[in-house]
Design a binder for this molecule. Sequence first.
Ligand SMILES: [Zn+2]
Length: 113
Amino acid sequence: MHELSITQGLLQIVLEEARKHSISKVRLVKLRIGELTAVEPSSLTFCFELLTKDTPADGAGLEIDVVPIKLKCLNCWEFFETRDASFVCPACSSFNTELITGRELYVEQIEGD
Ligand SMILES: [Zn+2]
């Protein structure tokens, strides 16, 4: 399962950050996830609840910020968003486009005490 290994990696970061900031109880974790990562937020939440059992992040809330896929056309300099991951410029139909956002997958913030 794709989300399980991703959650393991993210949780490792959360617990490390908690240790660094002397947080013994994590209350909230904010994640930023690009649409291009194809991570299912509901599966991620499920895995998070499963993996945080008996850790300082047990019972912590999870906030997931989904980042849309944004591209820039290198032919006509149009900026556009896409949902179906077809990277064709809607203005000039060029394939010569550059990804700006959508690949994010990281812990943005943690809160606790
Ligand atoms: Zn274009």
